[in-house]
Design a protein. Structure first.
Length: 374
């Protein structure tokens, strides 16, 4: 076999949700001769994976799929990943099997994986940094990880050949692999992903409290507020586990945040115009300098804002142009609240490429202004 040839062999995906399902699709696409076996505790989800053609076969228990697997990818919520590692370490696995995971935290998982490595098996922690606030195999897609960072956390004594082999197995993700230490991983993802989830949830709680005595808040929140808190719609199961796994980092960040909020409280109470201006201006500068095209750790949303006149039939007019050019959209809605955000019609796409094509298409057929809101 030449380097770069598709691999053959058996791949077990444990946890057939959004991430497990998407990884299965990517592997099958790149290595069509590989047999993809799926295991999920939720039998309905497993059957759906078969029906959607995401896996070739499903097994009823972990052992059946694990003992002759060449690659085992665990994509359950993070606390369950620990449990799966423990169960796998008690099974007679193939000697050259690679075991990896897709969990959003790494320190606890890598610690647990000692039970595998002390038996001579290879474990390589992994985290494909793309996703969606949707869950379940029905949301799985092979383009999910395209151009996203895929963090791997091999130990100093992990077999280098196995790391390369894992990257070949995962080539179909079209992701950019980076190697980091587990503690580095947890701190970075804590700052840019886990902590923002806590804040998004807290903003929604605040709006909910307000809605108890002011019903208008729900309607007004339908615009920008709904967008900036979109991540609060992610799976509570998953985020409970991630928060508990990354507890130390989150506690540290919460303390720093409280100190910062105390500073902001002071600035406002003292009406300190310069400090308030600096606070916003420094945040704007740093945010404006962030790469636009890079996929980061929080799922990106490819929204296009179109400044259309609000008349009956405008949605079908726009969707008609997009259909003509065969551009798929995932969502389309009219905004009622337009403050601070450009455009009244918001169209969401699956990829940056689709959004760019749509923008060109709308500009070609109409004279409506468009913006990506970036
Ligand atoms: P999901 O809810 O879509 O899927 C998880 C699947 O695991 C479900 O089908 C569930 O039935 C199954 N499962 C739970 N316990 C199990 C067990 N004991 N044995 C077998 N299967 C079990 O979740 P997801 O979004 O695919 O996330 C999976 C993992 O990927 C998590 O560890 C998460 O931290 C990580 N991750 C998620 C994202 C994201 O944006 N969703 C991004 C990167 C990484």
């Amino acid at each position: 076999m030449k380097a770069g040839d598709p691999l053959k062999g058996r791949v077990l995906i444990v946890g057939l949700g959004l991430i497990g399902g998407s990884l299965a699709l990517c592997i099958k696409h790149e290595h069509p001769q590989a047999k993809i076996i799926g295991y999920d505790i939720n039998k309905k989800q497993a059957r759906l994976a078969i029906m959607l053609g995401v896996v070739d076969e499903i097994v009823d228990d972990l052992e059946m799929g694990a003992v002759d697997a060449d690659l085992i990818l665990i994509a359950t919520p993070v606390k369950k990943i620990e449990k799966m590692i423990e169960l796998l370490s008690q099974l007679p696995l193939k000697k050259r099997v690679i075991i990896s995971d897709a969990g959003s935290t790494k320190m606890e998982i890598v610690k647990k994986a000692v039970s595998l490595t002390e038996k001579g098996y290879t474990f390589i922690g992994g985290h494909p940094m793309a996703g969606s606030h949707k869950s379940g195999v029905q949301a799985a897609k092979s383009i999910l990880f395209e151009n996203a960072f895929y963090l791997l956390t091999p130990e100093a004594d992990t077999d280098k050949e196995a790391v390369e082999r894992l990257k070949v197995w995962l080539k179909g993700t079209k992701a950019k692999f980076l190697q980091v230490l587990p503690q580095e991983h947890d701190y970075l993802t804590g700052v840019i992903s886990h902590f923002p989830h806590v804040i998004a949830a807290s903003l929604v709680h605040q709006a909910e409290r307000t809605s108890q005595h002011q019903s208008l808040v729900t309607r007004l929140a339908a615009g920008g507020f709904r967008d900036i808190t979109r991540i609060a719609s992610s799976s509570p199961d998953m985020w409970r586990d991630i928060s508990l796994h990354n507890k130390d980092v989150l506690l540290q960040l919460l303390t720093e945040w409280q100190e910062e909020m105390a500073r902001v409280t002071n600035m406002l109470a003292n009406e300190n115009e310069d400090d308030i201006f600096q606070y916003f201006s420094q945040a704007k500068r740093f945010r404006d300098e962030m790469p636009v095209k890079e996929k980061g750790a929080i799922p990106a949303f490819y929204d296009l804002f179109v400044d259309v006149p609000d008349y009956p039939g405008v949605i079908s007019e726009i969707t008609g142009y997009l259909a003509k050019e065969k551009i798929n959209l995932t969502n389309i809605r009219i905004r009622e609240t337009r403050e601070e955000v450009f455009g009244i019609l918001v169209i969401s796409f699956q990829t940056e490429e689709d959004r760019e094509r749509a923008e060109k298409c709308i500009r070609h057929y109409t004279n409506y202004d468009t913006s990506t809101g970036i």
